[in-house]
Design a protein around this ligand. Structure first.
Ligand code: BEZ
Length: 251
């Protein structure tokens, strides 16, 4: 996927703004060496450094890393695959916000994180959990079917595991899970009813790959209509998010 780093920073800043509460869970100690896995445009990476850590950012998107380097030239940012990476020097903690749902190879992520952590190091993160965007995806499925652009099953482009599934993977990967929670987090969108179309344009373009580009505005409008009863309250539109938040310690 080609990321639009500017649209991300301007209209979808909630992604890293919500991440600030995940940072509290990370509880940085000054002097720690920390990896920000899926650092995007670097805003949380910089917050980790502000708290006294030596921080390294990693992201699969060259566009995001270019923007991160422009935002924070003094920090160390790298392009790399989140399911297959290594570093010469080990880390005290790996932090990840709003990234793991993009990587279907969850075992690869856990394996890589395990290898870069010191013994006793922690893996702290948040991402989309089971049922994330359920209403938005159901609406997209209905409208794509109606227009004849869904032949087989509707396949989510993201990985949204349950608590049990992810904790089991972490344990199998050599971690002790010390905290996990799966919670609803309705996320306010900008720009009124256009917010739904903008969300799909930013994050979910691949869902519509069978539809001609010229029909997209109509399809997105119909999706928005279907979502009005559930995803709009007094003129404010929401993305129906369910998040999984966890802390796991390398044994
Ligand atoms: C997000 O964190 O904003 C996000 C969640 C699921 C899919 C795409 C984006």
């Amino acid at each position: 996927m080609l990321w639009n780093a500017e649209l991300y920073d301007n209209k979808h800043a909630f992604v890293f703004q919500y991440g600030e509460s995940v940072l509290e869970l990370l509880a940085v100690k000054p002097g720690e060496r920390i990896l920000d896995l899926g650092c995007g445009t670097g805003h949380l990476t910089e917050k980790i450094q502000e708290q006294g850590a030596e921080v390294v950012g990693l992201d699969a998107s060259p566009e995001m890393i270019a923007q991160a380097k422009e935002n924070y030239p003094e920090l160390d940012f790298n392009v790399g695959n989140g399911a297959y990476f290594s570093f010469d020097q080990p880390f005290d903690a790996v932090f990840t916000n709003a990234t793991l749902h993009w990587i279907k190879d969850a075992d690869g992520v856990i394996r890589s994180v395990y290898h870069v952590l010191k013994p006793g190091g922690r893996f702290v993160g948040e991402f989309g959990g089971k049922g994330n965007n359920q209403l938005m995806m159901a609406a997209a499925e209905t409208v794509l079917k109606k227009h004849g652009y869904l032949k087989g099953d509707f396949v989510l482009p993201w990985y949204y595991p349950s608590t049990a599934e992810y904790a089991t993977k972490l344990e199998a990967g050599g971690f002790r899970v010390t905290f996990v929670t799966h919670f609803d987090r309705p996320t306010p969108l900008q720009d009124g009813r256009d917010g739904i179309a903008k969300w799909f344009n930013m994050f979910g373009e691949s869902i519509f790959k069978a539809a001609p580009k010229t029909e997209l505005p109509q399809i997105l409008d119909e999706i928005t209509d279907l979502l009005q009863p559930t995803n709009e309250v007094d003129g404010q539109w929401f993305a129906d998010y369910k998040r999984l938040r966890f802390v796991a310690v390398k044994e």
